[in-house]
Design a protein around this ligand. Sequence first.
Ligand SMILES: [Zn+2]
Length: 251
Amino acid sequence: MVTVEQPHQNGSGANGSTKEEKDESKAVVLASTQTSPLRAPALLTPSSPEILNFPKSLQRKLVTNEDRLADTAKMYRQIIENVGEDPTRQGVLKTPERAAKAMMFFTKGYEDNLSELLNGAVFDEDHDEMVIVKDIEMFSLCEHHLVPFLGKVHIGYLPNKKVLGLSKLARIVEMFSRRLQVQERLTKQIATAMVQAVQPTGVAVVIEASHMCMIMRGVQKINATTTTSCMLGVFRDDPKTREEFLNLIKK
Ligand SMILES: [Zn+2]
């Protein structure tokens, strides 16, 4: 599901969201003690691992860091010239190298892979109540315009004999968001990775984000936020479980 919300310019939405962002710099972990009314017997099994595979990530490892940086810097120099700036002016002289390094950082997720990331962090545990990590900060690059989109990710899952180390949920977000992305795919990849990691009875992922390509160009809607969600297993099949999750991430 994708919804784009555009609060009124004069409404309380703008002020409210700015304040919220300041207060929520750290991820909040919630473990629900409420008994979920219904458990689907079927477990989620990794069904579409291809969504997690990126052939291009292999290419990135083939060239050395220096070659890649120098090559990218050369192209940034050209961009600087093309926009009408003098690339030899003192202020921008070293910008190509800096921009190249920044771009490599923004896309460092291509260097990660899921099995390495999960290594040693999946634990056998009898816990079968909902686990939620909310307000995970997310920074990504829109693959259509190469400008940032950023926001918050909320992940919930119902474990089935296996739990994932809590910090790894944020690492999964990092791995997939630090790539060229669209929010819809990012949402699905995080959910799919959770299934891959612990085969839970259900996974829910909600992302709320602002897209600079909407804010700085095109429609220029400063307060627009885009919400995407991916519900799998019990979260998809049982409205009460889904509702419990949605209520808990609102608090
Ligand atoms: Zn865009």
